[in-house]
Design a protein around this ligand. Structure first.
Ligand code: FNR
Length: 345
């Protein structure tokens, strides 16, 4: 069970790592509300549709994946398991899932690309040293990434009271594993690699040109902002409040999703994350119009307790759960879901 991993991970991980992974920003209001927001919807099932053969697959920017559960980009998987992101990407591919690899990955993009058994995308932060970002995007493309996910909700890293200073406890060889080779000798690596708070939509087109890959924008919570990203060349958006780690009291992504879906109006894929824990959560998200869902912390808990195999098992469990609820709701495939099937309580 996914829930079992939480307790095992808590015992397995050093307390500072557990706090870093589990924390939200501020008073943790957004973190606390994320899961409940998905449960605030109710389903209007269909009946007498043939659901003897259910297909959970989705197509994302032309790539068919067997599962709509995508691994969310998260920093420093090596804090959870010695093989770090290499284990995650191998485990996710075996489950038919796509992985988004963080700029703050703790294994090299080349090693991750070699370990991948399925499709993966690269999550970019635009860093103060723009050349660093561009070099990483190009390396990711060369290593096999097929899209860039540009995270835009982090002009400054959210203040997490539980974890003051823990970021600096990440050893340099893991913090800078993808960056060191691009830094000038003597450069203060961590400052150059901080997020650039001055970025505006023109970075979207720039990154698309640099990497030759489609760019999705992650961290959008409003329809008008989603349109602004698409107008600037984004290939899609990810509705996200960063797992409650950035702006506290930010709206739950479950409540932000309908506005974004309506504004995007089918012109581009819309993905969503934050508090997705069950097949029913995904059913609601897909019903509301999401093309796929990202899952964060539960996969770190799996990685910490059982490496690649446990990541596969966790994703398989989510996909099997979704397959079951799709059938019971009267939908043989994800494309059969539509907003008429979901209402807010
Ligand atoms: C994150 N997240 C994140 N997002 C991103 O774009 N780049 C990153 O490097 C990170 N790092 C990161 C570290 C940790 C420990 C967590 C928990 C999260 C946010 C992540 O991609 C995603 O938006 C949320 O985690 C989704 O919420 P759940 O599933 O964790 O509730």
């Amino acid at each position: 069970m996914l829930a079992d991993h939480v307790d095992s991970a808590r015992s397995a991980l050093p307390p500072a790592v557990w706090d870093y992974y589990s924390a939200g920003s501020g008073e943790e209001t957004t973190l606390a509300e994320a899961e409940a927001a998905w449960r605030s919807y109710r389903l209007r099932p269909r009946v007498l549709h043939d659901v003897s053969d259910v297909d959970t697959g989705v197509t994302l920017l032309g790539t068919r994946v067997a599962s709509p559960f995508v691994v969310a980009p998260m920093a420093f998987h090596a804090l959870a398991h010695p093989d770090g992101e290499c284990a995650t990407v191998a485990g996710a591919g075996a489950a038919g899932s796509l992985t988004v690899v963080s700029t703050r990955a703790s294994r090299t993009l080349e090693d991750i690309g070699a370990a991948a058994t399925g499709p993966w995308w690269f999550q970019a932060y635009v860093m103060r040293d723009r050349g660093l970002t561009e070099a990483l995007v190009q390396r990711a493309a060369a290593a096999g990434a097929t899209a860039v996910v540009l995270t835009v909700d982090t002009p400054y890293v959210g203040r997490k009271h539980k974890v003051a200073g823990v970021r600096f406890a990440v050893p340099d060889d893991e913090y800078l594993v993808n960056l060191a080779q691009h830094l000038l000798p003597g450069a203060v690596g961590r400052e150059a690699a901080e997020q650039d708070p001055s970025i505006t939509p023109d970075v979207i087109g720039r990154l698309a040109d640099v990497g030759g890959l489609p760019v999705l924008v992650k961290g959008v919570l409003r329809g008008d902002e989603a349109v602004r990203c698409l107008d600037a060349g984004a290939a899609g958006v990810v509705v996200s409040n960063h797992g409650g780690r950035q702006l506290d009291r930010g709206v739950p992504s479950a409540l932000a999703l309908p506005d974004v879906v309506q504004a995007v109006a089918g012109h581009a894929p819309v993905l969503v994350d934050g508090g997705i824990r069950t097949g029913l959560d995904a059913l609601v998200a897909l019903g509301l119009g999401a093309d796929a869902v990202l899952v964060g912390r539960p996969l770190l808990w799996a990685l910490a307790t059982g490496g690649a195999g446990a990541v596969t098992a966790a994703l398989d469990e989510l996909t099997a759960d979704l397959r079951h609820v799709l059938a019971v709701a009267g939908a043989a495939r994800t494309a059969d879901l539509d907003p008429s099937m979901v209402i807010r309580l």
